[in-house]
Design a binder for this molecule. Structure first.
Ligand code: ATP
Ligand code: MG
Ligand code: FE
Length: 345
């Protein structure tokens, strides 16, 4: 059974193709991504109109490349991100997915993008055991209890303000490093001293919600640090600021993720979403999981950011779990929650 997944929720046009094996495992056959990120960078963030037009241009060539790479002429199932994401961007991928499904005479599955970020790990590390997932992306920072991919996901807690990726993007803009901020700041941090500045660890006090996050105080603290240096005419070490900021983010994320896994009683922690590509988060989570006796699963960086493979992976698991196809009338939902069913009908 071959599942093709289309992703178009933000600025990546992704087409992934995965094979569902009879034992429920999933093998990746193709993973093609066309990004419009360069077209947005001079605006300091994604411009929805530009993203939609770029998807329209990229979708057919990306489909062709993925089918060629997998060596197939058509899949058995077409899946696509139905939400959350940019309304216009979602429409392009979903319209294309429905058109291909209708033309090929195969079922269509409308997939929750956020569940896809978690499910993608199965492509690399095999079927998911019951786990806690730290979903850290451009739009979300949540701790999820995932019993199985076919069951509703429980949200244990989430950020009360900025998402971690959003904080990265804002700090990168503040330091004049361009968009997206995550990869640039991560690279710059390698050359800095993470102990240079002690930035606040939001939501880690004894009275703070155990599984919630907050990054706006950190963002303000970094901005104040930069301003004070400028006002005092002190030279500012951007690598030190980057490394100290990154330490604060990775410290809180890894601490709370391990705590949530222990509270929930699962033995596996999955970290996924764009920020899971972060080198320091991966390192700290590895150390803390080992100390806590938890298995840590983090997909390779390419699978952490948006791609079609994650949609194919979740589609394949839902097909395996016996989910019914969505109708061709399924509508996009830009504000879809992770706790809603992973497939919309
Ligand atoms: P969502 O999935 O919540 O709808 P999204 O799809 O835009 O949001 P992703 O593509 O999963 O988010 O992740 C993009 C985010 O990940 C950006 O904010 C980017 O800065 C961040 N990011 C990417 N690589 C890294 C890295 N190495 N370190 C930190 N952040 C990173
Ligand atoms: Mg992106
Ligand atoms: Fe995403």
């Amino acid at each position: 059974m071959i599942v093709l997944g289309i992703e178009s929720s933000c600025d990546e046009t992704g087409v992934g193709i995965a094979e569902l094996n009879s034992d429920g495992s999933v093998t990746l056959l193709a993973d093609e991504v066309a990004s419009s990120v360069d077209e947005h960078s001079r605006f300091g963030g994604v411009v929805p109109e530009i993203a939609s037009r770029a998807h329209l241009e990229a979708i057919v060539p990306t489909m062709r490349r993925a089918l060629d790479a997998a060596g197939i002429s058509k899949p058995d199932v077409v899946a696509a991100t139905i939400g959350p994401g940019l309304a216009g961007a979602l429409l392009v991928g979903v319209a294309a997915a429905k058109a291909y499904a209708a033309a090929w005479g195969v079922p269509f599955y409308a997939i929750n993008h956020l569940g896809g970020h978690v499910a993608v790990d199965a492509l690399e590390h095999g079927p998911l055991p019951p786990c806690v997932a730290l979903l850290v992306s451009g739009g979300h920072t949540s701790l999820l209890h995932v019993r199985s991919l076919g069951e509703p996901i429980t949200e244990l807690g989430a950020t009360v303000d900025d998402a971690a990726g959003e904080a990265y993007d804002k700090i990168a803009r503040l330091l004049g490093l361009g968009y997206p901020g995550g990869p640039v700041l991560d690279r710059l941090a390698q050359t800095g001293d993470r102990h240079a500045v002690t930035f606040p660890r939001g939501m880690t006090g004894p009275r703070d919600a155990r599984h919630a996050f907050s990054f706006s105080g950190l963002k303000t603290a970094v901005a104040r640090h930069v301003e004070q240096a400028e006002r005092a005419g002190r030279p500012l070490s951007k690598p030190d600021v980057a490394a100290s900021f990154q330490e604060a983010v990775a410290d809180v994320l890894s601490l709370k993720a391990v705590r949530a896994a222990l509270d929930t009683g699962v033995s596996t922690l999955v970290i996924s979403g764009g920020v899971a590509a972060n080198s320091r988060l991966r390192e700290l989570a590895e150390e803390r999981c080992e100390a806590a006796g938890l298995e840590l699963r983090v997909p390779r960086p390419r699978l952490c950011t948006d791609n079609g493979a994650m949609i194919a992976a979740l589609g394949a698991h839902l097909v395996h779990a016996g989910a019914e196809p969505s109708g061709l009338g399924a509508a996009t939902d830009p504000a879809l929650s992770v706790t809603v069913s992973q497939i919309l009908g």
